[in-house]
Write a protein that binds this ligand. Structure first.
Ligand code: ADP
Ligand code: MG
Length: 441
């Protein structure tokens, strides 16, 4: 499909599958012994000459899938086929660039780049030659003897790329490689990489790029696979028909970004009818400042209570990953709802935007009690106890029947933060205790 639109190496036998993921499933065991299914029935194939994006929200299992494709961990079910063979560990020809750079701080740039070759037993002379060539091509010449701590984030990630490229990989896996960099550095590195790719300067035949950034996916990829959460699976495939170099301001580019935005929000749980909420509903800790800020922006005259999600994300200088939990929390609390990629303020949201501080707190308290069962539960317990106090651990252990330890902690922490703001209850950080007294702060 749309192979003619591909701008990557055209002299390769384009379209031949290089790597295939078949029915991959992956479970982890939760602390209480319950299984957590992170990936379910994942199928995808990487063809020669293409950059494929795997676009999904944080926690959807993207890194887990990439680790499986890299042969670093095993699937619980299904398999990965690379060069007609089932993968059963790291394969020559598959290299990875990590979000965190993952450099050895005690080695120089040159030694970092040589490290992988050394492990393969490449002769010292050849090792040096190949490492210097990789350093050169990725724009690190002159830095061979520097240590990672002496480099900027962008230069460190160049080392990350050089370390992958020196292996002469057929398949390059990238796990959010630009997300730890500032905006300008990230863009420079993306463009430099795309230049090398389109000039055929790299031995790589296909790239699998994991990202949560829609614009990045549309900027770089020939094909985008939308990834769902809980469990992670591929739910849609989108061809990107633009030639490199791409122009982010091109209306067709913008249209595609908006379209993907809408699809991602349409697939998010917020668009589905709410299941009967329980105290074990997982919540994301979002600051009340951000919640109020988003309500205010929506209510502002230029939006008039309704805004396109990508647009409001840009206004607030937020990324998709950051906007979704805020928007979802507003929906959960009844201040807004999400339809087809638009965020729409409810009458309650409008009231909130125009209320003074105390009325906002009262409104928030009412919404917490009526819409967040955990908040109502904590309030109830405190009301009923003669001393009106209860330790956090009591609620945490209840939550752990439903959620993993870290999810339970974040959920309780979210409700604590919101409840304090609403003056529904107080929380003493040192004693880790809830009470009905006013917070001292
Ligand atoms: P993403 O890269 O999309 O943010 P991850 O693949 O890192 O997602 O994680 C997906 C889910 O799997 C998360 O809920 C995470 O907590 C869980 N997970 C990842 N690795 C492990 C592990 N080794 N043990 C238990 N749970 C894990
Ligand atoms: Mg990840």
């Amino acid at each position: 499909m749309a192979d003619d639109a591909r701008t990557a190496p055209a002299n390769d036998a384009a379209g031949t599958p290089v790597l295939q993921v078949d029915g991959v499933r992956r479970m982890f065991t939760r602390p209480h012994g319950d299984p957590l299914v992170v990936l379910e029935s994942v199928n995808l194939s990487l063809r020669r000459g293409e950059i494929v994006g795997l676009l999904g929200r944080s926690g959807s299992g993207k890194s887990t899938l990439l680790r499986i494709v890299a042969g670093l961990i095993q699937p619980s079910d299904g398999h990965v086929v690379y060069r007609n063979q089932r993968l059963d560990g790291p394969a020559d020809g598959i290299a990875m660039v990590f979000q965190s750079f993952a450099l050895f701080p005690w080695l120089t740039v040159l030694e970092n780049v040589e490290a992988g070759l050394e492990a393969q037993g490449v002769a010292p002379h050849e090792m040096r030659e190949r490492a210097l060539a990789a350093i050169d091509i990725i724009g690190l010449d002159g830095f061979a003897n520097a240590y990672p701590r002496e480099l900027s984030g962008g230069m460190r990630q160049r080392v990350g790329f050089a370390r992958a490229l020196v292996m002469d990989p057929t398949v390059l896996l990238m796990d959010e490689p630009f997300s730890a960099l500032d905006v300008l550095t990230a863009e420079t590195l993306r463009t430099d990489f795309l230049d090398l790719w389109t000039e055929n300067a790299l031995p790589i035949q296909s790239v699998l790029l994991v990202t949560h950034n829609i614009e990045e996916a549309v900027f770089m990829c020939d094909r985008i696979l939308l990834f769902s959460s809980n469990p992670g699976r591929v739910i849609a495939e989108i061809e990107v028909p633009f030639k490199h170099p791409r122009n982010r301001l091109d209306p067709r580019f913008r249209y595609l970004v908006d379209d993907i935005y809408a699809r991602m929000t349409a697939r998010s749980p917020v668009d589905q009818p709410a299941a009967v909420p329980t105290i074990g509903e997982r919540l994301t800790e979002v600051s009340t400042n951000l919640l109020a800020g988003l309500i205010e922006s929506l209510a502002a005259p230029q939006h008039g209570g309704r805004a396109d999600m990508p647009e409001i994300a840009r206004t607030l200088a937020l990324e998709v990953d950051e906007l979704f939990p805020i928007a979802e929390t507003l929906q959960l609390l009844g201040y807004a709802h999400i339809t087809h990629g638009d965020l729409i303020l409810t009458p309650l949201g409008h009231d909130f935007a125009h209320a003074d501080t105390q009325d906002r707190k009262d409104s928030f308290a009412r919404q917490l009690i009526s819409r967040i069962p955990l908040a109502a539960h904590i309030k109830n317990v405190l009301d009923e106890r003669p001393n009106h106090r209860a330790p956090a651990v009591r609620f945490l252990s209840e939550l752990e029947d439903y959620l993993s330890d870290s999810a339970a902690e974040e959920t309780l922490s979210a409700v604590t933060r919101w409840g304090r703001y609403a003056e529904l209850f107080s929380y003493d950080d040192d004693a880790e205790t809830f009470s009905l007294e006013q917070d001292a702060e």
